[in-house]
Write a protein that binds this ligand. Structure first.
Ligand SMILES: C[S@@+](CC[C@H](N)C(=O)[O-])C[C@H]1O[C@@H](n2cnc3c(N)ncnc32)[C@H](O)[C@@H]1O
Length: 394
């Protein structure tokens, strides 16, 4: 019961107040016993992965559509996620849902659940993508890629870890019962409680998506070299750079996120210079041979790990995000030393935040070496756009 009440609260904060599931989960459910915590997370995450289909079922069984933010809709979403995804028995589904609606429309919810049960309601094989994103992606991606993306939305992704010492890849893969796809990386099944893993406290690794690792690799060999890491927090890429022997200057404007980056540095024993600053105002006091700009974006490429992005974000936000990225890229281009390399990345699937930003950067003294699009479901991990630039001279 406590788990379901918490799941309804999680869903409300994520969908109505626009917060991320991880953030709300870290804050909201700490008082629960570990099994209830895990169940609350599983219910909320399943409801977010299957949101379009759950809402379709709820609407099909209601005489009048419930408002999107009505508590009764949140309770029904959680109840149906439990029933259809976690196989909660029907009597328990109804009893726990009604208990969450003291003073609310209990008869209506009972009628919706009973009708769906009577009609043998099921979910489709793969989750349906929200129409605002599906319309865009259908015109750009092949049907097979789109299907793989839907499958990725419906699947709990593995946990990817980056190792402080890549020489220990085989031993950590064995110890964590995982598999390694490249040196310095170990993948373990499912979304793990990372705090419980051996090696975390002593800083042997950090959580980092496998596709995110590829972004840093595009800088080439950074061992012993100064690297400017822009929009660095919470710091997965900073740690990767530092572990590769780079002398990193990490800049981010969010002090609370930078505190997390510093905690990761302290835990892993890695080092970087940290600067809390807005990079639309800040200037470095030297040029850098290597710059990474991991710009803030819609994050639509991260829906495997953060299914709520598809509901929280809307294409109408893209022009504003893209313009800020363009400004950031134009400024950072000025800080690249002749002969230097700059990597611009976004965890977005949208061309406005990828190809079009690169096109609008033409003529800023940068030569475009390569662009890549990594897609969730067919790529190594989350979706990314990565552009690699060089500056003439040396
Ligand atoms: C995609 S996240 C960076 C992830 C990070 N590179 C990593 O690997 O963990 C984007 C970051 O940009 C930061 N940011 C947004 N606007 C900024 C600005 N104007 N100046 C500096 N940092 C900014 C946000 O605080 C956020 O931490």
């Amino acid at each position: 019961m406590a788990a379901r009440a918490a799941a309804v609260r999680l869903l409300h904060e994520v969908l109505t107040l626009g917060r991320s599931l991880d953030e709300v989960f870290a804050r909201q459910v700490q008082a629960l016993a570990p099994p209830d915590r895990a169940l609350a997370h599983a219910l909320a995450a399943q409801a977010l992965r299957w949101l379009v289909d759950l809402d379709r079922l709820i609407d099909s069984a209601s005489a009048r559509p419930l408002p999107a933010d009505a508590r009764a809709r949140q309770v029904l979403r959680i109840a149906l996620a439990g029933r259809l995804r976690l196989k909660t028995p029907m009597h328990a589904t109804i009893a726990t849902a009604l208990a969450l609606l003291q003073g609310g429309p209990r008869r209506l919810c009972h009628a919706v659940l009973a009708r769906l049960d009577r009609e043998g309601a099921t979910l489709p094989e793969l989750p349906t993508l929200p129409v605002a994103w599906a319309e865009r992606w259908e015109s750009r991606f092949k049907p097979s890629a789109l299907e793989a993306m839907r499958a990725a939305l419906g699947t709990i992704p593995p946990t990817d870890l980056s190792l402080r010492n890549p020489d220990e890849t085989t031993s950590w893969a064995t110890r964590l019962a995982g598999q390694s796809i490249e040196p310095g990386h170990v993948q373990i099944a499912g979304s793990q409680r990372v705090e419980a893993l051996p090696g975390l406290a002593e800083g042997a690794f950090w959580v980092q998506d496998l596709a995110a690792r590829q972004v840093v690799r595009r800088l080439g060999d950074v061992g012993g070299r100064p690297v400017l890491d822009l929009c660095a927090a919470p710091g997965g890429k900073t740690l990767q750079l530092a572990a590769a022997g780079a002398h990193v200057t990490a800049v981010d404007r969010a002090a609370y996120r930078m505190a997390r980056l510093e905690a990761h540095l302290a835990r892993t024993g890695l080092s970087a210079r940290t600067v809390v600053a807005d990079l639309l105002e800040w200037e470095p006091d030297q040029l850098f041979g290597f710059i990474l700009l991991d710009a803030p974006c819609s994050a639509t490429g991260t829906f495997r790990r953060h299914p709520e992005v598809l509901a929280r974000r809307h294409p109408r936000e893209l022009p504003g995000l893209a313009e800020r990225q363009r400004q950031m890229l134009a400024r950072s281009a000025n800080w690249l030393a002749p002969g230097g390399r700059l990597v611009y990345a976004v965890c977005s699937l949208e061309p406005e935040e990828g190809e079009e930003v690169v096109e609008r950067t033409a003529g800023q003294g940068l030569a475009l070496l390569a662009t890549e699009r990594l897609l969730p479901g067919t790529g190594p991990g989350d979706g990314f756009f990565i552009a690699t630039f060089a500056k003439a001279g040396a």
